[in-house]
Design a binder for this molecule. Sequence first.
Ligand code: PGA
Length: 273
Amino acid sequence: MSFPSICVFDSAEVAVRELAGEISELIRSRAAQGRMAVLGLATGNTPLPLYQELVRLHRHHGLSFANVVSFNLDEYMGLAREHPQSYWAFMHRHLFDHIDMPESHIHLPSGILPEADIAAHCAEYEARIRDAGGLDFQVLGIGGTGHIGFNEPGSPKDSRTRRVLLDELTRRDASTAFGGIDQVPTQAITMGCGTILEARRIVLLAWGPRKAAIVHTALRGPLTEQVSASFLQEHPNTSFFLDRDAASSLECLPSATPCRSVTTPPRRACVPG
Ligand code: PGA
């Protein structure tokens, strides 16, 4: 087994240029075939430079998102779309308001649902992903608990889109943005680990020294429900795009070859993982 590949970049900016290049190649090749590109998108601080780069490619390099369909990983329960901390608002603020993607192509779970409708809503989210042909490309961050999406410790590998309880650490990490932990929702709807692992290509992003330990655990620790990112070890087409700080707990193999074209030397790269 030789996956996932680990790509270490000088900075997040260099990493997202490479990633945005890969995503734009997918979008353009699909457009040339008259087909849609199906993207799984993430929220949080980590993907922000990626969204800035995609907006730049749209504005200055003619990249159209007209043939893109997107599915976000998750949404907080109890927050209406208009709430500034909702992921719907986040995605519009940072990406969707600045590109030409039709609103009807955008999918996020709803955070405002009657109790009785939650299960059906989650099943419908899964069905929509399936009907779109499955996720071509899933972008992930990693939380302090090792979560992908909001798949907190205890999330089974075959879990599907569902309502979850947020871990205390996850809520603490979000407390500044919400102005206090009491304001952070306790529940969310998230794609499951099984939903994410069905994506044909996955790139997990992590920047900064705070992510070094959990990145090491995800890549080098056992496959476990306690760290849902560890399930990526079994996915045949996953890359971890890391800056030097986030990679600092990983040993680097000197004989390794770069995972993709080197953009800005010097860049260290370790392959396989
Ligand atoms: P962050 O969150 O990008 O804000 O660090 C990552 C996550 O919780 O998945």
